[in-house]
Design a protein. Structure first.
Length: 125
């Protein structure tokens, strides 16, 4: 009976550690909540970078292949800070990202993070 308990416990620990590893993983393709943009986050050095991979509005100031998040370095288990480029106004802002479950929130900030504009994202299929 102890052997069975040990196997069940080991399987449970493997499942928990696999889901915990995924919890802090923002890599992949994300769709913005308004459905207008998909960005692919991938590793670039010791950070994450995000590149536009799809646009619903072909007349958008953004373009496919444009890097809009860069140098996003981890500051916690599911948080990153770096830079965010806004194609609408052509400015680069201090950026931050937070992952919670299946939702990603990104923000571009000014004045040392006092004023931020946030966007919500969900994983794209």
């Amino acid at each position: 009976m102890n052997k069975v308990k040990a196997i069940v416990l080991a399987a449970a620990l493997i499942a928990v550690s696999a889901s915990a590893a995924r919890a802090g993983d923002a890599t992949g393709v994300w769709l913005r909540a308004d459905g207008k943009t998909k960005v692919k986050f991938s590793h670039c050095g010791g950070a994450l970078c995000g590149v536009v991979v799809w646009l619903r509005d072909k007349d958008s100031p953004a373009h496919v292949g444009q890097r809009v998040f860069y140098d996003m370095k981890p500051v916690g288990d599911s948080e990153w800070r770096g830079s965010a480029f806004n194609p609408d106004d052509g400015h680069t802002y201090s950026g931050k990202m937070a992952l919670s479950g299946g939702a990603l929130t990104t923000a571009g900030c000014v004045l040392g993070g006092w004023i931020c504009k946030s966007y919500s994202w969900r994983r794209a299929n």
